[in-house]
Design a protein around this ligand. Structure first.
Ligand code: ATP
Length: 259
């Protein structure tokens, strides 16, 4: 696939929806997700304001991934309302949600191993929400954020290490120029050193004013990367607060930080 063709196609497809780079708030109200008779998410609510970084922490099976998938329309929502910049996302098809300016980095990276690093990134540009800055400029920004991806642009994604593939997955989401990025366990399977690298990237994205919704089992990383947090237990919101307050909470420290 030719990179320029991809860029043109992405821009052409995006002509119908051009939300522009205006700041947008994500509002989640009474959201529920059921898998058959199993309730994975039970009437949860939270908001992510423009430029805010919010974490969702919780143990295995607490409902974090199901929450992100429900926001992206990838699993059916059994109840609730989700709006972004005033648009009711429950009425938007899953494949169109990204064009409203929400980037999604799923658990487990999901890069295309048989395509080069650059072609993986260009696939992200296909979903860009509005015309404006060129695809080449976005590519340069991603290479600036992740120099290693620039160095390896011609390599097959399957040849990258786990940490590099995670960076590629984040870079690909950024190519669509999102206003909000949802990240599902970016630290999973990475060494402590690489987790530090992920933290540095998240802090940089925060500095640049991107809104973040970070789902993690790694509470330490989440408290450092975000301003506010939601603690999920058994599909429900158990606690909400600033990341600093939650990090200092005795119960949270015992359960989620093992201190
Ligand atoms: P993890 O950190 O392990 O990813 P999580 O907090 O993201 O956990 P979910 O993956 O959302 O939690 O799972 C919430 C509940 O829903 C769990 O009980 C899980 O077994 C169940 N569940 C998740 N996906 C499915 C599915 N496709 N079919 C049936 N049950 C599911």
């Amino acid at each position: 696939m030719n990179a320029d063709t991809t860029a043109r196609d992405g821009e052409k497809t995006a002509e119908r929806i051009e939300p522009g780079p205006a700041p947008a708030t994500l509002t989640v109200e009474d959201l529920s997700v059921h898998y058959g008779g199993v309730c994975a998410v039970n009437s949860i609510g939270f908001t992510v304001e423009p430029g805010q970084s919010v974490g969702i922490i919780g143990a295995n099976g607490a409902g974090k991934t199901s929450t992100l998938k429900a926001l992206m329309g990838l699993v059916p929502r059994s109840a609730g309302r989700v709006t972004f910049g005033g648009v009711d996302l429950t009425k938007v098809k899953a494949r169109e949600i990204v064009r409203h300016g929400i980037g999604y980095v799923p658990e487990g990276r999901h890069v295309f191993p048989g395509l080069t690093v650059e072609k993986n990134l260009m696939l992200g540009a296909y979903a860009r929400a509005w015309r404006g800055a060129g695809t080449r400029e976005s590519l340069a920004e991603v290479y600036e954020l992740f120099p290693v991806l620039g160095e390896m642009r011609g390599r097959l994604a399957g040849a990258l290490s786990g940490g590099q593939q995670q960076m590629l997955a984040v870079g690909r989401a950024l190519m669509a120029r999102p206003r909000l990025i949802l990240l599902d366990e970016p630290s999973m399977g990475l060494s402590p050193k690489l987790v530090e690298g992920i933290l540095a990237v998240l802090l940089r994205l925060r500095e640049e004013g991107l809104s973040l919704l970070l789902v993690e089992q790694n509470a330490k990383l989440t408290f450092e990367a975000t301003s506010d947090c939601v603690v999920m237990e058994n599909g429900e919101v158990a606690m909400v607060g600033t990341s600093r307050d939650l990090r200092d909470d005795v119960q949270v420290r015992r359960i989620y930080l093992g201190l």
